[in-house]
Design a protein around this ligand. Structure first.
Ligand SMILES: [Zn+2]
Length: 298
């Protein structure tokens, strides 16, 4: 099963990233103008289509595709889906438009972070035609028809061009990666702080912006519906600060990326009492890499 109904007309789609359930979600609002928030990796676009079909939505029905940011687990499939969804306009932050139109630099940078083997599993993003895209700035109200709207809010820190989406009709918030990775069944939250543009202060201030919206539930890409927004917000800030401190200290003692990543992976695995799924391992390493990259420039 790919689609889960999480509220009236709101569905969560499991994209089965890297073949794993409950790692990367997309969300869809079946409003008069059907809107898809995030797309998953290029390699999993078929799973998004299957999820939409389970929700009774055909590709032609989709009117807006909103990639929250250009990272491959969110926008990787945007170009392919746009091709298959002839009536959809792609709405994204104005600073992400160039990368969606020409993913060359994005692919180069992701290959440096994840390596060519993992990139093969992610799949390569196809370009989105410029004439199919609209850029948004600090805040934008997207009219989805009827009672439905989404307030798209700029939430930098994880990425400079990230947006989150507030759904007033359900008091739900599509967080994007403004909050950390909160796996179902995990008691601890993993910061998502990848290179090249992680900025801790901006991330903390984006979390504050979102918490002031007072959402009832969070729709978190990694992963699921979170009925305790306060815990997710607080843990995100706490863990980001703790990881930056810890990586800074390891770095000061000469630790390599691999050593620091292994240490943080061990810390999470020990807390949870289990081995981490592949997606989590890849994420921990990327987060440590992003922190090291930030520290090297700070
Ligand atoms: Zn992500």
């Amino acid at each position: 099963m790919y689609a889960t109904k999480v509220a009236e007309k709101v569905y969560m789609l499991d994209t089965f990233a890297l073949g794993t359930p409950k790692a990367v979600a997309a969300f869809v609002v079946k409003a008069p103008k059907v809107t898809l928030f995030d797309c998953g990796y290029a390699s999993t676009y078929r799973n998004v289509l299957s999820g939409l079909s389970e929700a009774g939505i055909s590709p032609e029905d989709v009117r807006y595709i909103v990639p929250t940011h250009v990272h491959l687990d969110h926008a990787g499939a945007a170009g392919t889906l746009a091709k298959l969804m002839p009536n959809a306009e792609v709405v994204a932050h104005e600073r992400s438009i160039q990368h969606l139109a020409d993913p060359t630099r994005l692919i180069e940078s992701a290959t440096m972070v994840f390596g060519p083997e993992t990139m093969r599993l992610y799949g390569l993003p196809e370009p989105v035609p410029r004439e199919r895209m609209s850029g948004v700035g600090e805040e934008f109200s997207l009219d989805m028809g009827g009672e439905w709207s989404a307030t798209l809010v700029h939430t930098p820190g994880h990425a400079p061009h990230q947006i989150s989406a507030w759904l007033p009709a359900t008091k739900m918030l599509v967080t994007a990666d403004a909050v950390g990775i909160a796996y179902p069944g995990f008691s601890t939250l993993i910061p998502t702080t990848p290179p090249p543009s992680f900025r801790p202060d901006e991330l903390v201030s984006s979390v504050l912006t979102l918490s002031q919206m007072n959402p009832r539930e969070l729709l978190v890409p990694h992963f699921g519906v979170k009925p305790e927004p306060g815990w997710v917000f607080d843990s995100t800030v706490e863990k980001v600060r703790a990881w930056v401190r810890k990586v800074e200290s390891m770095r000061a003692h000469g630790a390599s990326l691999d050593e620091a990543a292994a240490e943080m992976e061990k810390e999470v695995a020990t807390t949870e009492g289990r081995e981490l799924p592949l997606y989590a391992k890849v994420s921990v390493r990327a987060s440590v890499m992003g922190i090291m990259h930030y520290l090297s420039k700070a």
